[in-house]
Design a binder for this molecule. Structure first.
Ligand SMILES: Cc1ncc(COP(=O)(O)O)c(C=O)c1O
Length: 390
């Protein structure tokens, strides 16, 4: 393996949210942080080298995105997702959540309904409500050990004020890589009712071995015309603080509306480091990503076996993508508050409380396994010790 994912790095005192933010989030530094979607692996050499090369020129004034930025996005999406996009379909952004907010302002009016499918990545809720739009829930249905979309319920919540749906594909926190059939059915309903599909595909590169990510917009040109996809290299290569992401849509009206809001808020200035990092990642990152996914799959298998053998009261919803494990703790019989207190105070673990993800999240916690095995193993062992003492 040319890359070493086993290396444990001390991230303390780097203003790193995951470690240095523990006291604020959990009330104590004394927790192993397996929460926010941020991996503990060192940034690959080809990104560091690109950043160093730029730093060698000692002026950091205003910059713009070169053609190589757009070319690398086009090539990456074609190589990895068999999705052909065009340069004039791409809009720039500092982050996926900022894009969701800009699109909300661009494509809807105050009081409009935006549909979400909880349990889901929690900033979806605030993006809608903080901008004066109405969160409308189409909860996912639990089928066996996995989630499915509830299409009948979806049709029942659509009325004339429902304008947009936010889709998490692959799904955070459940880890589903929504398949062609599910996405096609969802799109049929949205096309029929003129609901704009905003597909957050930030986890798209992290489909685990044996699973495939399907870009919603790649299914059909009509679906593409009614979809905006939000993407970034930030989860894949763990470079969230370089504030670089993009949107893709073949609908010129949506793209122009997005750019108009961006311009009104003066939010289009380039981050030269993020741009260099994206180009390097999308040009040289194939082998690293392949190795990363194998490592994540090993971690996931370890968690799966460990839970079955040592923590039989817990149930893992085995993710098909991402490094986030959605674990059902409800058999412990605790309220959400008691569960979080137990995890922090007894197991000394900092996980994301399931209830943050909305309807369906009660009794769950989300564990981030994007870390070296030597970080993961003691965390699970501490959890076992704490549960055995109940
Ligand atoms: C589904 C999803 N969307 C968006 C984000 C965050 O995107 P950004 O940091 O670019 O705003 C995350 C981060 O965990 C996520 O899981």
């Amino acid at each position: 393996m040319p890359y070493n994912f086993d290396k444990v790095l001390n991230r303390e005192n780097t203003h790193c949210l995951k470690y240095d933010g523990r006291e604020k989030i959990f009330g104590t530094k004394d927790v192993k942080p397996l929460w926010v979607a941020d991996m503990d692996f060192e940034t690959p050499d080809f990104i560091i080298d690109a950043l160093k090369q730029r730093i060698n020129h000692p002026i950091f004034g205003y910059s713009f995105k070169p053609d190589s930025y757009f070319d690398s996005i086009i090539s990456w999406n074609e190589r990895h997702h068999h999705w052909k996009i065009q340069k004039d379909w791409i809009g720039t952004s500092s982050g996926v959540v900022p894009s969701l907010a800009l699109l909300t302002l661009a494509l809807t009016q105050p009081g409009d309904k935006i549909i979400v499918q909880p349990p889901v990545y929690f900033p979806f809720f605030n993006t809608i409500s903080h901008n004066g739009r109405v969160v409308t829930e189409n909860p996912l249905a639990k089928k066996g050990d996995s989630y499915e979309m509830d299409f009948e319920h979806l049709e029942s919540v659509i009325d004339e004020s429902a304008k947009v749906i936010f889709i998490s594909n692959p799904h955070n926190p459940g880890g589903r890589t929504w398949n062609t059939y599910e996405l096609g059915k969802l799109a049929d309903i949205c096309l029929k009712h003129k609901i704009i599909m905003i597909s957050d595909e930030i986890h798209s590169d992290l489909a685990l071995p044996g699973h495939v990510h399907t870009p919603l917009a790649s299914l059909h040109p009509d679906i593409c015309k009614q979809t905006i996809t939000t993407l970034a290299p930030s989860k894949t290569f763990n470079i969230a603080s370089l504030l670089t992401s993009y949107i893709v849509t073949s609908n010129t009206h949506y793209l122009q509306a997005y750019k108009n809001v961006q311009e009104a808020l003066h939010l289009y200035v380039d981050n030269v480091f993020g741009t260099q990092a994206l180009i390097a990642a999308y040009t040289h990152g194939d082998v690293w990503l392949d190795e990363l996914k194998k490592y994540l799959a090993t971690n996931l298998n370890y968690i799966d076996s460990y839970i079955k053998a040592e923590l039989p009261a817990l149930k893992l919803m085995r993710p098909e993508a991402t490094y986030l494990a959605w674990i059902d703790f409800s058999a412990l019989g605790m309220s959400d508050k008691d569960l979080q207190n137990f995890l922090v105070e007894k197991a000394k673990l900092g996980l994301n409380a399931g209830i943050m993800f909305g309807t369906g999240g009660t009794g769950y916690a989300r564990l981030n396994f994007g870390c070296p095995m030597d970080t993961l193993k003691p965390a699970l062992s501490d959890l076992r010790t704490a549960i055995n003492m109940l």
